[in-house]
Design a protein around this ligand. Structure first.
Ligand code: TIU
Length: 229
């Protein structure tokens, strides 16, 4: 029985230990990639995020079939906005901001339609959903405790956006001692140059924050690992 398997990654191969690895899907919420959502309302090109949906769906299917841990995150706030930092509310000087009425309910407020996860990647019962008030998934959440209880040491990180919530989460995870593998086709940004640079920053300097690979490499490695079980 094999406990770990090497897969192609940058800056060098990543040794995946499936029983100690969780798939962490960041903020695939309707308001970010869906046409007519808050992201598009701000003038962003949602196709840059939508290209991540199919690769994430294939990866999630393979991960679930292997019986491994999956967690989902959502960025958002309490309906009373008590956990919304005043600076987060006013920065950007936008006429419509967090907590206001948007195209799919109140923007980034828990319980609203736009805050929920897209149908294609909807969590199944038993898959923890981490509601986070910040960009990083560890800040003011129980994510670290949940991962520790499951003896998770590695994270495969996907979702949106590459340079904001994905990067912040990977940096937080790195400081807490997790190895992170970020999948380029499963992450996206409204700004392609930020996506490219966000990935470059993770794998630079010998993997200063982690590794970068693709869904295909992980799916292949999972199949190879499963054949040894
Ligand atoms: N999830 C996430 O990245 N939240 C953001 O606000 N991203 C932006 O790129 N604005």
């Amino acid at each position: 029985m094999t406990t770990a398997i090497d897969l192609a990654a940058e800056p060098y191969e990543f040794t995946l230990a499936p029983k100690h690895c969780a798939l962490l899907i960041i903020d695939m919420q309707r308001d970010f990639p869906e046409p007519g959502g808050f992201g598009e309302m701000l003038g962003n090109d949602v196709s840059q995020l939508r290209r991540t949906i199919d690769p994430n769906r294939r990866l999630l299917e393979a991960w679930r079939a292997a019986g491994l841990t999956v967690l989902h995150t959502r960025e958002g706030h309490r309906p009373d906005l008590a956990d919304l930092p005043p600076v987060k509310k006013i920065r950007g000087r936008s006429a419509t901001s967090i907590g206001d009425s948007g195209p799919m309910g109140r923007i980034l407020v828990r319980g609203e339609a736009g805050h929920d996860i897209i149908a294609e990647l909807y969590p199944e019962p038993g898959e923890p959903v981490i509601d986070k008030p910040g960009k990083g998934a560890f800040h003011a959440t129980d994510l670290h405790a949940i991962l520790q209880h499951r003896d998770v040491k590695q994270l495969v990180v996907t979702g949106v956006t590459t340079e904001v919530c994905v990067n912040t989460t990977v940096r937080e995870a790195n400081d807490r001692g997790y190895d992170c593998l970020v999948l380029e086709d499963c992450c996206g940004s409204y700004f392609p140059e930020f996506h490219a640079m966000g990935l470059k920053m993770i794998k630079a300097q010998g993997g200063i924050f982690g590794w970068v690979s693709s869904s295909e490499s992980v799916i292949k490695a999972l199949a190879a690992w499963r054949s040894t079980q």
